[in-house]
Design a protein. Structure first.
Length: 269
């Protein structure tokens, strides 16, 4: 805990004091290379939180891509953001969170108001524009976080909305890439079911309790498994392709939690 406090005060804070004003300008005007500062920010965040990130597979680049993933904790964003240049999709409430909302906006996060059905069309159009411009968009497809032992059903609504929005944005197709996030070890030991309450964002606990447990927790090994992208066109069945991605993520999560190898991948740290 002392090391983390020193790291935060003498590394993290000085970086933010210099980088945030620069990022405000880069993000506002969409200057090429604006994703570099967020990636460094997340890498420092991973070090601060004691996260060792292992990447299996390769994030799609250079083509319109929608990444669909399971969701365990807000630290998922730090892990993914430290290795991939992506635009995150978040619930509208995040925009109003102190500091977190500000930092999310600097990364040009897309916000969705789940209480308003009409907002889905607006957010999907923006997703389509980002992807048509070649920027990968990451969607936590379960619609909520879970403890990390299994995968909740993926919601195909935003996948379908983004599918139609691409046509409006002028793209013929988009790649849909499954991503599996698995927290496999805590303090060097396999993560038990009890340990998962120290890693995941538990809705029955207060925000203060969740933050305290995550910030004071031990070293965590996180694996990000980027699957083979599927081509999604206007004629593709959004329900079928979303279910395929869900099944892939579920299979890989089970294998990673059990410590089983995934022979289709080569690991890189």
């Amino acid at each position: 805990m002392i090391f983390r406090a020193i790291f935060f005060l003498f590394v993290y804070v000085p970086f933010m004091l210099v980088a945030i004003p620069v990022q405000v300008v880069l993000a506002r005007f969409g200057v090429p290379g604006w994703t570099l500062i967020p990636k460094i920010f997340h890498r420092l965040g991973a070090a601060f939180l004691g996260m060792r990130v292992t990447v299996l597979g390769t994030p799609a680049r250079g083509r319109p891509t929608l990444i669909v993933s399971n969701h365990i904790s807000w630290t998922d964003i730090v892990a993914v953001g430290s290795v991939a240049d992506v635009t995150f999709v978040a619930k509208q409430e995040v925009r109003r969170w102190p500091f977190v909302g500000f930092m999310a906006s600097l990364q040009r996060t897309l916000y969705v108001d789940r209480t308003r059905r009409s907002d889905a069309h607006r957010s999907s159009r923006e997703m389509g524009r980002r992807m048509a411009a070649g920027g990968p968009v990451l969607l936590f497809a379960e619609g909520q976080s879970d403890v990390g032992t299994h995968v909740l059903p993926f919601r195909s609504a935003l996948v379908g909305a983004a599918q139609h929005a691409l046509v409006e944005a002028g793209a013929d197709e988009v790649l849909l890439q499954p991503l599996t996030i698995a927290y496999t070890r805590l303090q060097g030991l396999p993560v038990s079911r009890t340990d998962r309450s120290l890693i995941a964002w538990i809705r029955s606990k207060s925000v203060k309790e969740n933050l305290l447990e995550i910030l004071t927790g031990g070293m965590k090994d996180v694996t990000l498994a980027f699957g083979t992208p599927h081509v999604l066109t206007e004629a593709s069945s959004r329900k079928v392709i979303t279910r395929q991605a869900e099944d892939e993520v579920r299979r890989r999560l089970v294998a990673l939690n059990r410590g089983l190898p995934l022979p289709e991948f080569e690991a890189r740290v």
